[in-house]
Design a protein around this ligand. Structure first.
Ligand code: DGL
Length: 270
């Protein structure tokens, strides 16, 4: 039994950490496409090709279920994959839906018609590709009415984090929050719509102020995965081994991942 967790790079380790804590008995196969990160500046066809290649590798490693932890890939490729690519006996899930279910106070998997919800002004921080896809707004419209979403494309933040330059990352986050506030001065909620951003959560919260509820995905995805597997245990695949696969340089990626999660992580070549 193994479940795949995919990200363009290291950011998905924030999701991996949460799912491992929530489901300690399940082996996870993590796939970081570090050689091709960042995805946030690529076009949709390119993201689709890279994501399907990565998910195929996770299926080969014994996963029947893959989580696309990367928001950019969830936004640009997931729907197309689900509509025509995913084999019948496999499942591929993204990270937007659990987040939107939490924001709109729905039970996991509640597909009832859209309704009015408490929150009215939502700020979305994400990569340029995620913002351009409008996937978050589309999924939200299936579930809620009357919610105003202002999206801010946070160029440069992922590169700064992948390069370990947290001073630059902080400066960029503060300037992106300022830009968002010029468009929407008083959001009630802010979505960190990129796996890398939980590492900057305190900076986002500080720049947004204490009255803004900041939603980040890792724990929400973990809860919804636990719920999904309790309803559909047949999708815990045949793999028995946890592993960390990368398209990048395994030694370099292992080093960065070990710093990122503050525990020893060893990647091997995908
Ligand atoms: N980690 C990805 C996400 O959640 C984006 C990083 C990238 O641009 O590759 O959107």
């Amino acid at each position: 039994m193994a479940v795949g967790v995919f990200d363009s790079g290291l950011g998905g380790l924030t999701v991996l950490d949460a799912v491992v804590k929530r489901l300690p008995e399940v082996p996870f196969v993590y796939f970081g496409d570090n050689a091709h990160a960042p995805y946030g500046v690529r076009d949709a066809d390119d993201i689709y090709d890279l994501t399907t290649a990565a998910v195929t590798r996770m299926f080969d490693a014994g996963c029947d279920l893959a989580i696309i932890a990367c928001n950019t890939a969830s936004a640009a490729a997931l729907r197309r994959m689900q509509e025509g690519w995913v084999p019948r006996d496999k499942r591929v899930l993204g990270v937007f839906v659990p987040l939107i279910e939490a924001l709109t106070e729905r039970q996991w998997g509640d597909n009832s018609p859209p309704r009015e919800v408490a929150v009215k002004h939502v700020a979305l921080f994400a990569t340029p590709a995620t913002v351009a896809s409008r996937a978050f707004q589309r999924e939200l419209a299936f579930r809620a009415i009357g919610v105003d979403v202002e999206a801010q494309a946070c160029g440069g933040v992922v590169d700064a984090i992948e390069d370990g330059d947290m001073i630059l990352a902080e400066a960029l986050v503060r300037s992106h929050v300022d830009a968002l506030k010029r468009k929407m001065p008083t959001p009630e909620a802010a979505i960190l719509g990129c796996t890398h951003y939980p590492l900057m959560q305190e900076i986002f919260q500080d720049a947004l102020g204490p009255d803004v509820a900041v939603y980040s995905q890792a724990n929400l995805v973990a809860d919804s995965l636990a719920d999904y597997l309790s309803r559909k245990p047949e999708f815990i695949g045949s793999g028995r081994e946890s592993m960390f696969l990368t398209t990048g340089n395994p030694a370099k990626v292992s080093n960065a991942a070990t710093q990122f999660l503050r525990r020893k992580i060893t990647f091997v070549s995908a």
